[in-house]
Design a protein around this ligand. Sequence first.
Ligand code: COA
Length: 157
Amino acid sequence: MNQLTFVPMTMEDLPEVLRIERESFPNPWSRPMFERDILHNKLARIVTVRTGGTVVGYFSLWKIVDEGHLVTLAVDPARRRQGLGSTILRETLRLAESIGIRKLTLEVRETNRDALRMYVRFGFVKTGVRLKYYEDGADAWIMDLDLTPPHSLGAVS
Ligand SMILES: CC(C)(COP(=O)(O)OP(=O)(O)OC[C@H]1O[C@@H](n2cnc3c(N)ncnc32)[C@H](O)[C@@H]1OP(=O)(O)O)[C@@H](O)C(=O)NCCC(=O)NCCS
């Protein structure tokens, strides 16, 4: 695999990002939602992941005091099951730690087996359920990861 680069998302990334987003989620983020995190949201670290110049994934991490919220993370469907999702999540956790986040939380669709397996592998634990969280009435699991040492960040392959 070519080397991955992680850089703050820009407006120029949006055509590729929006294509991946639409192919990844039943209720995809709209362009204005990405623009909010790129241009206005001071709490957001929104990052584009490229290999060989091509966008292969992205994530957005919000920091509120010492808590992080992983609000989106996706890999191009054509590039999945090659370790990219895990690499991006590992980088997300490194970023979170480096900016002083002590607990990371996220919501994940309860039927999203691929994402659930990945989060569990990294040590996230289910801490609750948001009933009918999604527009189609599906529930979300709330999952948390404690980033205060000792934790197993470096142990995940
Ligand atoms: C969840 C998601 C990010 C995972 O991305 P990914 O790039 O497929 O993740 P990985 O490749 O690191 O891991 C996926 C699987 O491939 C396996 N894998 C990794 N490298 C592999 C390789 N070279 N050969 C075979 N399998 C491999 C992993 O072991 C893992 O297996 P498991 O699911 O049985 O545990 C991706 O499915 C996605 O973007 N989904 C849609 C968006 C989404 O749901 N985001 C999360 C919202 S909360």
